[in-house]
Write a protein of this length. Structure first.
Length: 201
């Protein structure tokens, strides 16, 4: 025979069996005690499991919508105040804190590059630009004296990618910055194409 004392909300309920009915504080229905979760030892939660699950699902949905709204707001705010944010970042990078963070970031990248594979030659780099017809592999703009090609790791350095013929593409500075450390399927397809074409060099 089960015998214990449970607490629901601020009052005490004595249940001789787990089949004894308890009133849910959410839906107001009377249900058996085993329909309620324990908050602590010998302490029942005030709402039944069904109401708890429904409330948790609603909260997760609201949280997901709030995050999506925040992302949209952040994107729209940046597009409207792009110049203002750019000026702020330039000023911040001139501060002691900004210079310190930038040096730390550059140091971490140098260490990753030091331990990653680095076999790209000047001849291979020229071949990459030639195969891309002297244009950025993302925006398609021609390279000029003001729009110079930059090395972009198809598989980012942070993911273990090295400076090799198979893992490098030529991007303009703007596209390289926007790509950051992302990897997309078309970049992976480019790796396979370059691996097969390297043998013809």
């Amino acid at each position: 025979m089960f015998s214990s004392v449970f607490f629901c909300n601020t009052f005490r309920i004595k249940c001789n069996t787990m089949e004894e009915t308890v009133k849910c504080s959410k839906c107001g229905n009377e249900k058996a005690a085993f329909c309620f979760s324990k908050f602590q030892k010998d302490v029942l939660k005030p709402e039944c499991r069904e109401c708890s699950h429904r409330e948790a699902s609603s909260f997760k949905l609201l949280l997901k919508e709030a995050k999506k709204k925040d992302r949209n707001n952040s994107t729209s705010y940046y597009s409207v105040h792009k110049e203002k944010i750019s000026q702020y970042m330039k000023q911040y990078q001139k501060t002691d804190r900004g210079r310190t963070l930038r040096m730390q970031s550059q140091h971490r990248r140098r260490m990753r590059e030091f331990w990653s594979e680095n076999t790209l030659t000047a001849q291979e780099w020229e071949e990459i630009i030639r195969r891309q017809e002297n244009m950025c592999n993302v925006c398609g703009e021609k390279f000029t004296d003001t729009r110079k090609p930059t090395h972009d790791h198809i598989i980012p350095v942070s993911e273990g990618g090295g400076l090799t013929f198979e893992n490098v593409q030529a991007l303009c500075k703007n596209c390289n910055s926007r790509k950051s450390n992302k990897v997309s399927p078309n970049f992976m397809n480019k790796i396979l194409n370059q691996k097969s074409s390297k043998n013809t060099l």
